[in-house]
Ligand binder design. Structure first.
Ligand code: ZN
Length: 480
């Protein structure tokens, strides 16, 4: 029988998340600056594996990795009016070089449109230079005045993966938005994180964008977390920075742009959605260690037990798995189990004296904590199968979690009750007027996430606020 528990995980999610980050060796956020955290060695390995998936997806779709400066002159940031209006108060500003006050102060990158734009202006000459698809993985800084949360609301977002693309036509930019959505869907599918995709309402889009699409997930406490965004920038920045290209006909046109990003919240999402009261549960493809082998020592049999364990490790390594043999002598097997469970190692193999006698091992999967016995000569294939099964099961369970927490309702009152219970996302019919959007947010005490772009349906009925003809379904939730 499974001993899997998710009480603390769901009821005290905030505490669970904070303690699991430090206890499992992912991130230590006790740094003397609020909102800055330290990626610890184990966490860094998880981060690396997760981001490698995204890097591969971007590389294989014609994106080139680059690295732009961290400092932005205020004059650049100020060029796009909506943009600077939104970010001015959220920036960290460098105002002095040594003891000398700077004539033009520098912002620490809150986002990179205005870092990249002046360079695009120099690089782009003709239609033959387009499209340009760049990305970088960098820190960005926001002077958060709200309560910071490790990985979720940071002042230094230490692993922002942002792509910036330039195109000759609005159609090309629109197609790029679609490609970006496809890439992010693949990425989140690979790490087993369920999501919904919504077009953010105009009052909540990225400052400087024509429109913003957002990926949201539901956390164990019923709040949603924005885990990825895709923006169509139109010509807003190319106009502000006068980035033009020569068309085939010889005329000068301004370029069309998109940008999209995923932050360290992607890691928060992976840890949050799969975790339980024992700690982290990592999908096998991102786990730094996929299998841990633990000898159960027994008087006079130690040598044989250790030899069997070493044989198992060699076999599994040969099969391409990331394996660790825990031969620490200062720790009993029980505490070792907890140690590796906390860190989310997908598979544990135990070998005791009986196992050696029977040419067997005990195999435990982390997601359900179910045990099974397996013949040594079949262990390689069994572990591979189990990894595949676990990957699928974890994905299914996570999507099921999302599904039962997404509620289509007919009235504001029903929506309000569900939100009050922290039941997840509510979907209602909406006339598409801003006025009703704001009233909805007020009445339900939640944030409008936007109109679904991941489901197609003909809307029939009335706006839940004004009872005019509805144009869309709209999602709302309490969001991080
Ligand atoms: Zn309405």
């Amino acid at each position: 029988m499974s001993t899997l528990k998710r009480d603390k995980w769901s009821r005290q999610y905030g505490d669970w998340f904070r303690s699991v980050l430090i206890d499992a060796g992912i991130m230590d956020y006790r740094y003397p600056i609020k909102g800055c955290g330290v990626w610890m060695p184990y966490g860094f390995k998880v981060r690396k594996n997760v981001f490698e998936i995204l890097r591969d997806l971007l590389d294989s779709t014609g994106h080139d990795e680059t690295l732009f400066p961290l400092l932005i002159p205020e004059t650049s940031l100020a060029k796009e009016a909506a943009h600077v209006g939104s970010f001015e108060e959220e920036c960290f500003w460098v105002t002095r070089g040594g003891l000398t006050p700077l004539k033009v102060k520098y912002a620490l990158r809150p986002t990179s449109e205005t870092v990249i734009a002046p360079m695009l202006k120099l690089w782009i000459r003709s239609h033959a230079d387009l499209p340009i698809k760049l990305y970088q993985i960098v820190s960005m800084f926001r002077y958060e005045t709200k309560a910071t949360r490790p990985l979720i609301r940071m002042r230094e977002v230490a692993s922002f993966k942002e792509a910036h693309t330039s195109h000759a036509t609005p159609e090309d930019a629109e197609a790029q938005v679609k490609e970006a959505v496809k890439i992010y869907k693949k990425f989140f599918n690979e790490v087993g994180v369920p999501y919904c995709i919504s077009r953010r309402p105009d009052w909540d889009k990225f400052a400087g964008a024509v429109y913003t699409l957002s990926f949201d997930m539901i956390c164990p406490d019923g709040r949603t977390l924005q885990i990825g965004t895709v923006h169509n920038l139109g010509q807003n920045f190319s106009k502000a920075f006068d980035i033009t290209y020569e068309t085939e006909k010889g005329t000068q046109e301004q370029i069309w742009q998109t940008c999209y990003g995923i932050s360290g919240r992607a890691i928060a999402a992976v840890l949050s959605i799969h975790g339980d009261d024992h700690g982290v549960v990592l999908p096998p493809n991102v786990a730094p260690i996929q299998v841990v082998v633990i000898p159960i020592p027994y008087k006079k049999k130690e040598k044989q037990i250790n030899k069997t364990c070493e044989g198992i490790v060699a076999t599994l390594k040969k099969a391409g798995l990331r394996v660790e043999l825990d031969q620490r002598t200062d720790m009993r097997p029980g505490p070792k189990f907890y140690y590796w469970e906390l860190r989310g190692i997908p598979i544990r193999i135990e070998v005791g004296p009986k196992d050696v006698e029977n040419k067997e091992a005990t195999v435990v999967r982390r997601d359900t904590l179910e045990k099974q016995t397996c013949k040594l000569n079949e262990l390689g294939a069994a572990v591979q199968n189990l990894i595949e099964k676990m990957t699928q099961d974890m994905q299914q369970k996570a999507w099921q979690w999302m599904k039962v927490r997404t509620h289509r309702v007919d009235s504001l009152e029903e929506a309000r009750q569900l939100v009050k219970k922290r039941a997840g996302i509510v979907e209602v019919l909406w006339c598409n007027r801003t006025e009703c959007g704001h009233k909805l947010e007020e009445a339900v005490e939640a944030r409008v996430l936007g109109v679904p772009v991941d489901i197609e349906e003909k809307v029939k009925g009335k706006c839940v606020v004004c009872e005019r003809k509805a144009e869309h379904v709209v999602r709302a939730a309490i969001a991080y």
